[in-house]
Design a protein around this ligand. Structure first.
Ligand SMILES: *Cc1c(COP(=O)(O)O)cnc(C)c1O
Length: 431
């Protein structure tokens, strides 16, 4: 069963790769003018349905996704700017009053739309100086964007607040796309995904993280993505780095070390060991990784320092929820460990790490992340100002982690799809 995207937008291709892969791209040529009396909501939904239906008539056996994104103030619609002057005019208007971003989505089969959805986000810009607008327009980013801006790009610094669907603002209303696709039985991506799909999905995730960072009122760029390649081939790790992943995470020392060697030095990245470390692998680990996220005792830090080139950089893993199945120091032992680790010559304690509650509700994850953040702030107030990283958030709970102050999120499944079952020989594992 084929899947077709009825849009030439690179951002839409990124969306779709998170729901279906492979797919073909067949842009829909339709008349996009607004009908008399049509509200922005009705308009955007109709365009999505018409785009999907148009392409579906030529390809009746395929699943066809159509989409359209507009920016609206009251009943006025801002589409893509026709030229730079138009872009500057739109940005000045958006600076003066709040607006909403509307994305319509529709799936079609057999020439007819079979399901559709609309996502809405409410966005407020701060007051922009003419100079800022002129510089942004001159950079070229507004040209192909509804409302003349990209929240995941240079316009991140314009945004004062976002509510509603955060991902909808980049034309990527992930929940709606996923929910509709699953309900209709659109074929899911096959695992392992090819390199081309990895590149799209990585960019989709990076865009989403950028938008969520800004929507949480945080500085653009404050959250870095660690692409977790455990259980996937060196080929896929290479594809992710080539597509722009700067940080790669592995759980197991041998697997990670082999993969780093296979990727080679031609594609540089920072490699993170995010799983627990046994002392008999410390020498190999010290050579193979740039940051250790799961330091859970002073002795292992000391062993790493003794075996490797100094300094060794690490994060202290905290078992915030005191889950007996999880590693990490108990919250009451945190200060004592921080004191010892910051005093250890050759070791650089960069921050804290935790794993959110698995298979639990979002509010539980959020409470765990908030608690780690509070303890982190407290340590900094006590004078441990060199602690700068908070590693928290995985594929299921990173939106909550970003809201609560994560600086590193560790995502595997969201980028690479499901993993094959792990070999049990390399040490403790989690699903
Ligand atoms: C496997 C793993 C991840 C990535 O998990 P996903 O759910 O695939 O995003 C992140 N952190 C740790 C510690 C892990 O073991």
């Amino acid at each position: 069963m084929r899947v077709i995207l009825a849009s030439a937008s690179p951002r839409r291709a990124e969306i779709l790769a998170r729901v279906a892969y492979p797919f073909a791209i067949v842009p829909a040529e339709i008349d996009e003018s607004r009908l008399p009396g049509e509200t922005p909501e009705v308009h955007v939904r109709r365009l999505a349905r018409e785009k999907a239906a148009r392409v579906s008539r030529a390809h009746p056996d395929a699943w066809v996704l159509g989409a359209d994104t507009i920016v609206a103030q009251d009943q006025e619609i801002f589409g893509k700017p026709v030229d730079d002057a138009d872009a500057a005019r739109m940005l000045a208007r958006l600076s003066a009053a709040p607006h909403r971003v509307l994305t319509g989505l529709a799936w079609a089969r057999g020439g007819e739309p079979v399901a559709d959805a609309i996502s809405r986000s409410d966005v407020r810009f701060r007051t922009l100086a003419d100079r800022e607008i002129a510089d942004y327009v001159a950079g070229g980013e507004p040209r192909d964007k509804a409302g003349a801006y990209a929240i995941q790009g240079g316009a991140a610094r314009f945004v004062a607040s976002v509510s509603g669907s955060v991902t909808g603002v980049i034309g990527l209303p992930l929940e709606e796309v996923t929910e509709l696709g699953a309900r209709l039985g659109v074929p899911s991506p096959v695992s392992p995904l090819p390199a081309a799909a990895i590149a799209l999905r990585l960019r989709a995730v990076q865009g989403e993280i950028a938008a969520r960072t800004v929507a949480s009122g945080r500085t653009p760029g404050a959250v870095r993505l660690v692409a977790v390649t455990k259980g996937h081939s060196a080929e896929l790790a290479r594809a992710a780095i080539a597509a722009g992943a700067t940080d790669v995470g592995e759980n197991y020392v041998q697997e990670g070390s082999r993969k780093r060697d296979a990727v080679g030095t031609g594609l540089p990245a920072r490699w993170h060991l995010i799983g627990p470390l046994q002392s008999n692998k410390a020498a190999l680990a010290a050579r193979s990784f740039d940051l250790f996220h799961a330091i859970d005792r002073v002795a292992i830090a000391r062993t790493l320092v003794a075996r490797g080139a100094q300094p060794v950089a690490g994060l202290l893993q905290v078992n915030v929820a005191r889950d007996p199945h999880k590693a990490g120091v108990a919250p009451e032992d945190l200060q004592d460990h921080v004191r010892q680790l910051t005093a250890l010559p050759g070791f650089e304690l960069r921050g804290l790490m935790t794993i959110g509650p698995l298979d639990e509700r979002e509010d539980r994850a959020r409470a765990v992340f908030a608690e780690l953040r509070q303890r982190f702030d407290e340590l900094r107030r006590m004078g441990y100002e060199r602690l700068s990283e908070l590693s928290m958030g995985m594929s299921d709970d990173y939106p909550e982690a970003i809201v609560e102050g994560a600086t590193l999120v560790r995502l595997g499944t969201a980028i690479f799809g499901p993993r094959l079952p792990q070999r049990p020989t390399e040490g403790p594992s989690r699903p």
